[in-house]
Design a protein around this ligand. Structure first.
Ligand code: UDP
Ligand code: MG
Length: 334
């Protein structure tokens, strides 16, 4: 029997938690071939969320909870949930029922029978979100799509079920400023997308303010791209080109180079050079910053063939059975 860990970050969700539990537990009961555990992470709530979670865990042995000492943010709550999950499959769900529990059954079928490592919900629309937030979100995903070489499309959220190999790889990225959508994209693995309609929040309010969304967007860009470090370099090069072209233009026209024009060209040139050097410095700093995250250089999904014991020892991802008494049977690594 497989085990699915349902990880639920909760911040001031007293109004919606009972309905979430009722609906999700009913959906979990429908899943054939797997049992579920609920890992609720109370992210420093200031309402009665913790008392409700205590009650769930006392009345249902599938329910566990972790309570933070203060609000650390959804990313930290998801990390804590994943770190403490023991399931063969792990799924993140928001507590506000915006992620339909009825999809759990289909997600499990996809990851357990279709050979995918992950089944992710793809939000088709943004019902229940303000127009301005909608517009800003779309713009953000366009920018991040251009700046980072990773797939982080609009509509791809945190609602996804993944197998143990992918969950362990996500946990290997221990960076402090976490941006889960980028991390999912970074670790790779085969993902099947299933579209779903975004419902409005069942109760309570969104925890995002424009300020926190802006910070989150910045985290996303800074964690996965260093393209912005090239910006001063581009501006610097343009300033230098402008200075040279202006000076040349005046010199070639036979009018000579008036003192004020020469001064302006000199200022442009020096500023341009400063920007250029700033960009070079920025490139070094951004590379050092990326190094400091100590991300894995590669992520292994599977191995095939016969490996000497020292190389493959401790690798749970090793494929197939061990060779018996010298009959080295080649194994496929599909
Ligand atoms: N959340 C959290 N910590 C926070 C903010 C949000 O654990 O600091 C949880 C929240 O309780 C919910 C999920 O993250 O389960 C999504 O939050 P919300 O519905 O406010 O975000 P939105 O759907 O508006 O993007
Ligand atoms: Mg929500």
């Amino acid at each position: 029997m497989d085990k699915i860990s349902i990880i639920v970050p909760c911040y001031n969700e007293e109004k919606v938690l009972p309905a979430f539990y009722r609906e999700t537990a009913a959906a979990a009961d429908e899943i054939v071939g797997a049992e579920c555990e609920f890992i609720f992470v109370d992210d420093g709530s200031r309402d009665h969320t913790r008392e409700i979670l205590k009650h769930f865990s006392a009345s249902d042995c599938r329910c566990k909870y972790i309570s933070f000492s203060r609000n650390f943010g959804k990313e930290a709550a998801m990390y804590a949930g994943l770190e403490n999950a023991s399931g063969d499959y792990c799924v993140f769900m928001d507590a506000d029922l915006q992620h339909p529990p009825t999809l759990l059954k289909e997600m499990y079928r996809v990851v357990s029978t279709e050979g995918y490592d992950c089944c992710a919900g793809l939000r088709e629309d943004r019902t229940g979100e303000g127009r301005l937030r909608n517009l800003l979100s779309r713009t953000f995903y366009k920018i991040i799509g251009r700046m980072c070489r990773l797939e982080m499309g609009d509509g791809a959220g945190d609602f996804r079920m993944m197998n143990r190999a992918m969950a362990d790889s996500v946990l290997e990225l221990k960076e402090y400023n976490r941006y889960m959508k980028g991390i999912f994209s970074f670790v790779g693995f085969d993902t099947k997308w299933i579209p779903f309609h975004n419902e409005a929040r069942a109760a309570g309010e969104t925890k995002w303010t424009f300020r926190s969304l802006f910070r989150y967007a910045l985290d996303g860009i800074l964690s996965f791209s260093s393209a912005h470090a090239a910006l001063p370099g581009i501006i610097g090069a343009l300033l230098i080109a402008l200075a040279v072209l202006t000076a040349l233009g005046f010199a070639l026209s036979g009018r000579g180079l008036p003192g004020t024009v020469m001064l302006i060209c000199l200022i442009l040139l020096l500023n341009g050079m400063q920007m250029l050097f700033l960009s070079i410095l920025g490139q070094y700093i951004s590379r050092d910053y990326m190094e400091s995250k100590r991300r894995p250089i590669y992520i292994e999904k599977q191995r095939g063939g016969v490996w000497s014991s020292d190389k493959s020892s401790g690798k749970s991802k090793r494929d197939g059975a061990a060779c018996i008494s010298g009959h080295s049977k080649p194994q496929s690594g599909t």
